[in-house]
Write a protein that binds this ligand. Structure first.
Ligand code: HEM
Length: 89
């Protein structure tokens, strides 16, 4: 949690508290797949709505969506292997 506090502090308040490499960490998670990001974002948004007012949770949602998109690209996008994989002929 300390790490996540530092991460979101850096993202929302540009405090620079987070030092790390999220891409490398997520790359080695077993079973990681692009489809999980939708669920992640839905849970994250629901949690923000419980905790914060509309303006603040919207600000978190926008940041989270942007980061999720770039994390997903970093983890899964390979120009030579388009996603979703083409069905085999
Ligand atoms: C399908 C989506 C995701 C899954 C299943 C997932 C899962 C995980 C897991 C298991 C870890 C712990 C890794 C470890 O310590 O070895 C982790 C760390 C982390 N995740 Fe995610 N994550 C997801 C998406 C995201 C997104 C969208 C963000 C940012 C908006 C994020 C931010 C982080 C950060 C900052 C850490 C700490 C990395 C570090 O140790 O420096 N994750 N995640």
């Amino acid at each position: 949690m300390t790490k996540m506090y530092a991460f979101w502090s850096s993202v929302m308040l540009t405090t620079g508290r987070y030092k790390g490499n999220p891409v490398a960490k997520h790359l080695v998670i077993p079973g990681m797949k692009p489809q999980l990001f939708e669920r992640w974002l839905a849970l994250f948004e629901a949690t923000c709505r419980e905790l914060f007012d509309d303006t603040t949770s919207e600000a978190f949602r926008i940041k989270a969506e942007r980061i999720a998109k770039s994390l997903k690209l970093a983890l899964f996008y390979r120009p030579e292997h388009p996603w979703p994989p083409e069905p085999r002929p």
